[in-house]
Design a protein around this ligand. Structure first.
Ligand code: ATP
Length: 877
């Protein structure tokens, strides 16, 4: 018989469990027996397949064709196969590098997945614990709250207004109400999944209320497990920058292929009747050289590696990136909308003031209407409620004993729309006492009496005003104020809906608690200001509390910059964008206000980050450009839609992530500028030389430079530290391309300079070797051109550490760049002086003089670019 047809006691017994949950040892034993609670993962592609994928690239096809052609002619003419080997070696290295880059990125993502692995709350040995969802076993007792993702299938054993969103399983997006009663299956017939009101299923989420369930199935035995078969691997999308760059690469490839084909055809036509195999081969090789020179082979790899290293860095600093795009968008952030409690403040609450006719009754009401409990003298649970339970304990009112005397028999759980919660308790004499606690304005609206001198009196307007004044007095001191009220029932009410319970209340009093601001937030706010980012506070708390805290943090100077959710409702849609740009604090908001605020900013073209923790925050997190989830207090629902999750819930971490995002983008731009200038210089050099009738570099030489000597400095540029003023300049415009801000012009100019150096090296070598401008190809010239070009690149990489600033003003060194320089120097010198490499590359043994001249030429790129930067700084002024 199915579990939903049985009474819950029977299911618990069959699972060998109890309401207190399993013991630790039993759970461990079962984990071994049933295995990890995970869906089978889609099989990963094999190494061979991934390797072959690397080769599926038009560029590689051209290279393989070039290798085949030169192999065939070498065989025909009885020459060496050196060219073939070099090209094949480079193709191989390229594929291996590509493979490494892919697995590096994958590892980074996997590591992050581990950090943000889902967890579940369970009872084990009578204690509430948080365990990894994969460790759940049949028999575990799940503790479920609004916003939780359900980690396994289970039969409900306790329910309080529980509503579950099961769209993933049933397609029904409206949350369904749940209870614990056994279903009456007719003749043991199957009840459709959507109607099994006493079951919860893996893959659904709690929309409202509270409950407990005993796990009946884990892993592949769950309903999702049966449907899914295998978990589809989450597709890691490319970031806008990566997409733009691969478009650029593709455009360049096609352009170059077109030009090469044209050159080849023109040359063949020019040869007219005397087409010879040798000349044909020569033209073909020039065309291939051009193609190799123009296509930035290392670009995609460098960008991916820099991004994935950046993501790892950010996670170390508390910002776990869930979508790679966030890294880029963070650098553009213009507005950061943040919750107050826990993000700007510490969420460590302590009651410091009580105001009411009967202090003990007030404390009792507050403690009983809370879900926090006392464990070994210390409250555990939600910080606000812990403060209340601790406060009662200080007055000698132990929450556990209070609950024994008057057990909870019903409740209307907290939600951030009503801003209150209610519990019902059976007293000794059988009558039912109701306690409601929540935001003072809301609770007071539903109160008609108050306690005064031991008697209930009618709440007059004057009394209400007095209470609200008291509330304001506390709120102005930055205290979070909660109100408690009570109501008596002769017997248990039938209707437990909040609307039915929360009226005709009798006001008991106010509790004010402090929640100190996080010490690092003040300086993070100052940083935002200099960086052109607007911090905005959005809170469910009272306006006066919010304003007091915003002032303390330096977020707000003028009280007119703060409004409440109700006031926001009165602003017409058309005026909203104008209004939000005047506001810095929103108080007493409801989750849907957050969506309005985000959209109002976005309609002005602003890039908005928005934090959220509660179950209803998911829409605003989704609507924001950068949705930020909370690692500690956040619900699973919000974490799952967030682009970034803060492992410490701290506002300052968002600002740090923005800084890191800016640094990463800067660095990628530097690498790209560097690589493109390099490719341009190669194209120009080959092209110019060809026009003059020389072949200065072979495809193999260019491949070597592009893939080996260029990639290291490009990567090293990716590791560059943040520029000094990185948080003193306005955010980058998200629509701006990679060539914005004079980058295009710099690429052109710097590419031309490198071309001139390369050509100069060639002609000097040519002249030294031949003693005249003979129209033959010079081995010395080619060797010197190769050396000069390789080393110019590395020196130019030093230039690229700063776009406009002089590199001689920089205080710190980039050790990666020095290492790259060392590696380049050794490898380049090796291919020139190690005999068999020299032979393979077709280089000459150049003299120390020629070596020195090439080096001097290479270094000259530094003063030349310094001069360019100086002129640009002058022009900028
Ligand atoms: P933020 O939005 O900055 O996180 P918040 O915690 O005040 O601030 P909500 O959780 O939406 O936002 O709470 C809104 C209001 O509801 C609070 O200001 C408080 O008055 C009331 N409230 C919060 N928690 C409880 C609770 N556990 N029981 C009763 N009332 C509560």
């Amino acid at each position: 018989m199915q579990d939903y047809l049985k009474p819950m006691e029977q299911v618990l017994a069959e699972q060998g469990s109890a309401p207190e949950g399993l013991g630790e040892q039993e759970a461990a034993k079962r984990l071994v027996k049933y295995g990890s609670n995970a869906l089978a993962e889609a099989e990963k592609e094999g190494l061979v397949k991934r390797f072959l994928k690397q080769l599926a690239d038009p560029m590689i096809f051209i290279l393989l064709a070039a290798a085949a052609v030169s192999g065939a002619t070498a065989a025909y003419a009885g020459e060496s196969f050196a060219d073939v080997f070099i090209i094949l070696a480079v193709v191989l290295i390229n594929a291996v590098l590509g493979l490494m880059q892919e697995s590096k990125a994958e590892q980074a993502i996997e590591a992050l997945n581990k950090i943000s692995a889902p967890t579940a709350k369970v009872m084990r040995g009578g204690h509430l614990m948080t365990v990894g969802t994969s460790d759940l076993v049949p028999g575990d007792v799940l503790v479920l709250e609004a916003g939780d993702a359900i980690g396994a299938d289970g039969r409900l054993i306790e329910c309080a207004s529980l509503k579950v969103e099961e769209a993933a399983l049933t397609g029904e997006s409206v949350p369904v109400g749940k209870d614990t009663d056994a279903l009456a299956g007719e003749g043991g017939r199957d009840v459709p999944l959507g109607d099994r009101r006493n079951m919860v299923y893996m893959g659904s989420t709690i929309a409202y209320g509270r409950g407990r369930a005993v796990v009946t199935a884990t892993g592949m035995n769950t309903e999702v497990g049966k449907i899914a078969g295998a978990l589809a691997q989450a597709e890691e999308g490319k970031t806008p920058l990566q997409r733009k760059l691969s478009q650029l690469s593709r455009a360049l490839s096609f352009l170059v292929l077109g030009i090469c084909a044209a050159i080849f055809v023109v040359d063949v036509v020019r040869m007219g009747g005397n087409v010879t195999g040798e000349r044909l081969l020569r033209t073909f090789m020039v065309a291939v050289s051009l193609a190799v020179a123009a296509i930035p082979e290392g670009l995609a790899a460098v960008v991916t590696i820099v991004l994935s290293i950046g993501v790892t860095n950010m996670s170390r600093r508390g910002a776990i990136i869930r979508k790679l795009t966030a890294v880029e968008t963070l650098g553009c952030a213009q507005v950061i909308c943040s919750d107050k409690t826990g993000t700007l403040t510490q969420n460590v609450m302590t009651v410091v003031e009580q105001s009411g006719a009967d202090e003990r009754l007030l404390a009792t009401a507050m403690a009983l209407a809370s879900d926090a409990r006392l464990e070994a003298g210390q409250a555990v649970g939600e910080p606000t409620e812990c403060a209340l339970v601790n406060c009662a304990a200080k007055l000698g009112l132990d929450k556990g004993r209070l609950e024994e005397a008057t057990p909870r028999v019903g409740e209307a759980p907290f939600d951030s729309m009503r801003k209150m919660m209610t519990t019902l308790h059976r007293a000794k004499d059988g009558h039912i006492a109701q306690y409601t606690k929540g935001a003072p304005d809301e609770v007071l609206k539903r109160s008609t009496f108050m306690l005064s001198g031991g008697a209930r009196v009618e709440l007059t307007d004057a009394l209400r005003d007095r209470i609200m004044a008291e509330n304001k007095r506390m709120a102005d001191k930055a205290l979070r104020v909660l109100c408690a009220a009570t109501r008596d029932w002769d017997e248990m009410p039938d209707n437990l809906e909040p609307e039915a319970l929360e009226n005709s209340l009798c006001y008991l009093g106010l509790s004010g608690m402090i929640d100190p601001v996080r010490p690092e937030v003040g300086s993070a706010i100052v940083k935002c200001r200099t960086a052109g980012i607007r911090p905005v506070m959005i809170t469910g708390d009272h306006r006066d509390t919010a304003v007091a805290i915003a002032r303390e943090l330096g977020m707000l100077q003028d009280d007119r910059e703060a409004i409440t959710g109700a006031q926001l409702d009165d602003i017409p849609e058309a005026e909203l964008p104008e209004a939000v740009s005047q506001l810095r604090v929103y108080a007493r908001v409801q989750p849907e206000h957050k969506v309005r605020i985000v959209n109002a900013w976005r309609n002005q073209g602003k890039v908005v980050a928005m934090t959220g923790d509660g179950v209803n925050d998911a829409p605003s997190i989704k609507a924001a450009d950068i949705g930020v989830g909370m690692g500690i207090t956040g619900t699973d629902v919000t974490k799952n839609v967030a682009d970034m999750v803060l492992s410490d819930d701290n506002f300052a971490t968002i600002v740090k992530a923005v800084e890191e995002g800016r640094r990463i983008y800067d660095n990628i731009r530097k690498s790209v500028q560097f690589l493109l200038a390099s490719n341009l210089s190669e194209v120009l050099a080959i092209f110019a030389a060809t026009l003059m009738g020389f072949i200065i570099l072979e495809p193999a030489h260019l491949l070597w430079i592009n893939l080996i000597t260029d990639s290291f400095p490009a990567l090293a540029l990716g590791m560059e530290k943040a520029e000094d003023g990185i948080m003193k300049r306005p955010p980058r415009d998200p629509s701006e391309g990679i060539f914005a801000g004079g980058v295009g012009a710099s690429v052109l100019l710097q590419g031309t300079l490198v071309t001139l150096i390369t050509l100069a090296a060639y002609f000097i070598g040519h002249f030294i070797e031949a003693g005249e401008w003979a129209m033959v190809n010079s081995h010395d010239g080619t060797t010197m051109a190769f050396l000069a070009l390789s080393m110019t690149e590395i020196f130019h990489a030093f230039n690229m550490r700063r776009v406009n600033e002089s590199i001689f003003r920089m205080k710190h060194q980039n050790k990666f760049l020095w290492a790259a320089m060392g590696a380049s120097l050794v490898m380049t010198t090796a291919v020139i002086y190690v005999p068999f490499l020299r032979a393979a590359f077709g280089f000459a043994h150049i003299s120390p003089m020629e070596y020195a001249i090439s080096m001097l030429l290479a270094i000259s790129i530094i003063p030349m670019v310094e001069f360019e930067k100086w002129i640009r700084r002058k022009l900028a002024r």
